[in-house]
Design a protein around this ligand. Structure first.
Ligand code: C5P
Length: 229
């Protein structure tokens, strides 16, 4: 399996994105473009990043009726992004429609947002089952719908791989170095631990971007996660 570190571009403008990436010119990291940057700059930011040699995970978490998601995915597929995603809670038909629209590219599903606690899920969303069961069921549904993997916590990766196989991707945020700050993330995992827990890809933001030396921090994440040293 091709383990990859993905750098989260949590910035407001294309200018900020490119100035953040300037020191990484030699590395050309896999980058994550989320809603904030995409809604500010539009599809052009994806084209500009890809033209500059950065593979893009477009993290837009689509969730709508199947027809709308299929048509939206057709538009996104023309951008040629390396990976994009939907919410599994849109259901199997919506995920199948997403696959139909997006074509063969890497398509993954969010199971439950890590900001949704079991209490919120049960009391507000009226999903009465335990959270790990819901994550398992949504991941299995994503696989049945023909998706390539899920976004989940590194702590959930072993269960997902055990049930759905090694090649079903687990893309995991919440990554911090053992000796660094945790910021607002509640449950964090080091890149080395994420590797041990069989994460397929880690999404890392502030542990790199807010470090004194972001390039060294990125290189450390690659060493720990991709190379296991
Ligand atoms: O700075 P930090 O490493 O916490 O950033 C993590 C990135 O992963 C952010 O873009 C955040 O929105 C995203 N993310 C997350 N937890 C999830 C899903 C996405 O932290 N469950």
């Amino acid at each position: 399996m091709n383990r990859r570190v993905i750098l989260a571009l949590d910035v407001k403008t294309g200018e900020e994105a490119f100035s953040l990436l300037a020191p990484f010119e030699a590395h050309k990291p896999f980058v994550k473009v989320g809603m904030e940057l995409f809604y500010a700059e539009g599809p052009d930011i994806v084209r500009r990043l890809q033209d500059a040699g950065y593979p893009v995970f477009l993290d837009l978490k689509l969730h709508d009726i199947p027809h709308t998601v299929e048509q939206a995915m057709r538009r996104l597929s023309t951008l040629g992004v390396a990976m994009t995603n939907v919410h599994a809670s849109g259901g199997k038909a919506m995920m199948q429609a997403a696959r139909e629209g997006f074509g063969d590219g890497t398509l993954i599903a969010v199971t439950q947002l890590t900001s949704t606690s079991e209490e919120v899920m049960q009391k507000e969303l009226l999903i009465e089952r335990p959270l790990p069961d819901v994550v398992d069921a949504y991941a299995a549904l994503a696989q049945e719908a023909g998706l390539d993997g899920v976004v989940c916590s590194p702590l959930e990766s072993p269960r997902v791989h055990e049930k759905l196989g090694d090649s079903f991707l687990t893309v995991t945020p919440g990554i911090r170095f053992a000796d660094g700050p945790t910021h607002d993330q509640k449950r964090v995992t080091t890149p080395a631990k994420a590797r041990e827990l069989q994460s397929s890809m880690i999404v890392i933001g502030r542990a790199v971007t807010a470090a004194d030396d972001p390039v060294s921090a990125y290189e450390r994440a690659v060493r720990e996660f991709e190379e296991g040293v």
